[in-house]
Design a protein around this ligand. Structure first.
Ligand code: SF4
Length: 325
């Protein structure tokens, strides 16, 4: 006799998963492989997701940490969606490399902001997480010391600028909306003339995924966030859920990581995915729940996203070998 499975409601948060910047970065690598053949070199993980990186590696992408790991080549050298310090393309050009920049346009916007503030002689504060590739790239837009990194409200309270009347701030694109709002409020209270972005730097995808999680957080007994352990926006979704009242929230890379014991007794769980996590893993996670529970699914959509970014001309307009006569 088969034992009936316990019922479980799954609230699928929407929007979730791939953003326009990640989608563009993956397309750049895939089209570069189609049009120029393997190998295509990619500096750093193109996006913070092992499944995506492994899939591209299987197609012929070669991932490196630094340019000096790449032999002299005419093949494309792609920079990841997180952006790079100015010294990196300069060094690649010095070696006549064929550069394709997959930096998300919303990260490039922050790079342009810091350059503008610097030109106007302002001291710049970057709100972000030390060591994250995007932060390394943004800091590297300007000479050492031109940008001060602030990671917390406490650091915002103790920050001592050279000239409190000539300041500007920018932020990492994938931060917690609420934590960042607190830090920015502290900076504005201490330095009322501080210049900031016209429209905030936290990107639309980070904002929408956090709001979608807040919309379900009090209706679920636990939240599964599909995403890589280095993915900033995915990690923020775990925190946002907990702060919004969800008792348990966890990041999983694959279905095999689901902590079943922690979900025992749950009647409703939520599932979302960070901006670099493919939908196929969400489907894998849902399927794992179906194996154990009698699942009913509600998709909770807080907003429809329609953002698309064009891929660079040098890849878009290149012709695949079969098209070259
Ligand atoms: Fe661009 Fe935001 Fe996606 Fe990062 S999370 S790649 S900034 S759209």
């Amino acid at each position: 006799m088969t034992v009936p499975k316990p019922p479980l409601k799954i609230l699928l948060a929407a929007p979730r998963g791939f953003c326009a910047g990640v989608d563009r970065a993956i397309q750049i690598v895939e089209q570069a492989l189609t049009k120029f053949g393997a190998p295509v070199y990619v500096r750093h993980e193109i996006v913070h997701n092992r499944y995506v990186v492994d899939s591209l590696r299987a197609k012929g992408a070669v991932f490196v940490n630094e340019l000096d790991e790449i032999p002299d080549t005419t093949q494309p050298v792609i920079f990841s969606a997180h952006g790079v310090a100015k010294a990196i393309p300069a060094s690649a050009r010095g070696r006549n490399m064929f550069i394709v920049d997959a930096t998300c346009p919303l990260v490039s916007k922050v790079h342009m902001e810091v350059a503008r503030h610097h030109e106007q002689g302002r001291e710049i504060v970057l709100v972000g997480h030390r060591g994250h590739p995007e932060v390394v790239g943004t800091l590297g837009q300007l000479p050492d010391g031109a940008i001060h990194l602030i990671e917390s409200a406490d650091e915002a309270r103790s920050f001592l600028p050279r000239d409190a009347t000539n300041l500007a701030y920018v932020t990492q694109t994938t931060l917690s909306l609420d934590d960042t709002a607190e830090i920015v409020e502290i900076l504005k209270a201490r330095f009322p003339g501080i210049n900031g972005p016209v429209k905030e730097d936290i990107c639309y995808a980070t904002t929408n995924r956090q709001n979608a999680v807040k919309a379900i957080a009090t209706r679920i007994d636990g939240l599964i966030v599909v995403g890589g352990p280095k993915s900033s926006n995915s990690l923020r979704l775990v925190e946002v859920a907990e702060r919004a009242g969800c008792q348990f929230s966890v990041l999983v890379e694959r279905a095999a990581d689901i902590p079943w014991a922690k979900l025992e007794g749950a009647k409703a769980i939520g599932i979302t995915a960070g901006a670099s996590a493919p939908e196929v893993i969400v489907e894998e996670v849902v399927e794992a729940f179906r194996q154990r529970y009698d699942v009913s699914i509600d998709v909770v959509t807080t907003l429809e996203e329609r953002v698309i970014f064009n891929i660079p001309r040098e890849v878009r307009l290149a012709r695949a070998p079969a098209e070259q006569h």
